[in-house]
Design a binder for this molecule. Structure first.
Ligand code: FAQ
Length: 321
């Protein structure tokens, strides 16, 4: 007869050895319940962020200042939808079906990135989203390409490639504006002034308030702490801001020769937690729009389900693939 305790011990040991050897955990491998739970949490929140994150820029597709800008923005917003789909698929490999994850978003129980609860007021904001928000997303996600869970790490490789194009297009919008008329430059500066602190908050709370980091880093889901990544991002954007001819709105921002990093001012963490808990400027509007879009898409889901049911018998791999 099998000794269950010994079996669990063996499985745990095999899992620990895999993590220690920097190898990948795959969907069919045994994994601790907590590992599965924290990955499902992070990946689904990430997926929700991509989907809700389509709204601020999506709003500007019909208002983009030229056909070329419109085409570029449309492609970018569409990419974010694609990222959401890869991520829901990665989350599903952990055992929670997508409709359950979606319900958690629609009933307001699931989190998504705080940044998307801020408004995108001007065309310059679209540039600032690309430069700062996609820039922060890249800084956060490049290390996730080495995440210990295979499907998440592999999804991140493709996502990061696309995010690099997104960041570049945002930078180019801001560069054009900051080298345009005085009004355009002012608009670019105003966008950066409003978007800078919320972008820095995307990396999560300070390490001493981050409840998940220790475990996630031990499991090699996260490779760096929230504060480490935030510092990397600040170091990266200071010279970029100089090249843009724009200033970052932080009087405490200065190079620290000893640390070989930029020092920067304390962020308003009360504001961060308020936004995370649903009290940001646009939390209600963003969620309501998603609920409405989901309702409007009911006929598409019904048609897809009917098509799948009809073709399952004749083309079985269509569903299973
Ligand atoms: N907003 O213990 P930690 C993008 C929550 S994608 C809201 O430090 P963790 C692309 C956190 O969930 C942007 N909630 O958490 C794009 C936890 O609550 P819980 C999304 C936040 O997971 C661009 C609690 O606070 N990227 O932008 C935030 O170890 C343009 C304690 O925090 C990802 O999701 C926040 N900012 O570290 C799309 C990347 N921060 O769950 C469209 C993957 C923390 O215990 C347009 N995720 N919380 O109830 C991660 O790397 C991590 O999950 C962190 C947070 C770093 C976000």
């Amino acid at each position: 007869m099998t000794d269950v305790a010994t079996d669990v011990g063996t499985e745990q040991e095999a899992f620990d050895a895999l993590i220690a050897a920097d190898q990948r955990v795959e969907p069919r491998d045994w994994m601790p319940d907590d590992y599965r739970k924290t990955l499902t949490r992070q990946i689904s929140q990430h997926a929700h962020s991509e989907i809700i994150g389509m709204q601020p820029e999506g709003n500007w597709i019909s208002r983009a200042p030229s056909l070329k800008r419109k085409a570029i923005l449309m492609a970018k917003v569409q990419d974010e939808a694609g990222h959401g789909l890869y991520l829901y698929s990665a989350a599903e490999t952990l055992g929670t079906p997508r409709h359950v994850l979606n319900e958690q978003l629609l009933n307001g129980r699931a989190k998504y990135s705080s940044i998307f609860n801020y408004p995108c007021r001007t065309w310059a904001d679209v540039g600032a989203v690309g430069w700062l928000v996609d820039g922060a997303a890249i800084a956060n996600q490049v290390p996730l390409c080495r995440c210990s869970y295979g499907p998440y790490g592999r999804a991140m490789v493709r996502v990061c490639k696309e995010e690099s194009f997104h960041q570049r297009q945002g930078w180019e919008i801001l560069y054009t504006l900051s080298h345009g008329t005085p009004e355009q430059k002012k608009m670019a500066q105003d966008a950066v002034d409003r978007m800078y602190a919320p972008a820095l908050m995307m990396f999560g709370p300070p390490d001493d308030q981050s409840s998940n980091s220790d475990k996630s880093m031990a499991w090699k889901i996260k490779r760096f702490s929230n504060d480490e990544l935030r510092q990397r991002f600040v170091d990266m954007i200071v010279p970029q801001a100089e090249a843009l001819g724009l200033t970052l709105p932080d009087p405490d921002l200065k190079w620290n020769e000893e640390r070989q990093h930029y020092d920067f001012g304390e962020l308003d963490w009360d504001e961060f937690w308020k936004v995370v808990k649903g009290g940001g400027p646009l939390n209600v509007q963003r969620l309501n729009r998603r609920i409405e879009a989901h309702r409007e898409g009911a006929w598409v889901r019904e048609a897809a389900a009917a098509y799948a049911a009809k073709h399952t018998e004749t083309v079985p791999n269509l569903i299973g693939a």
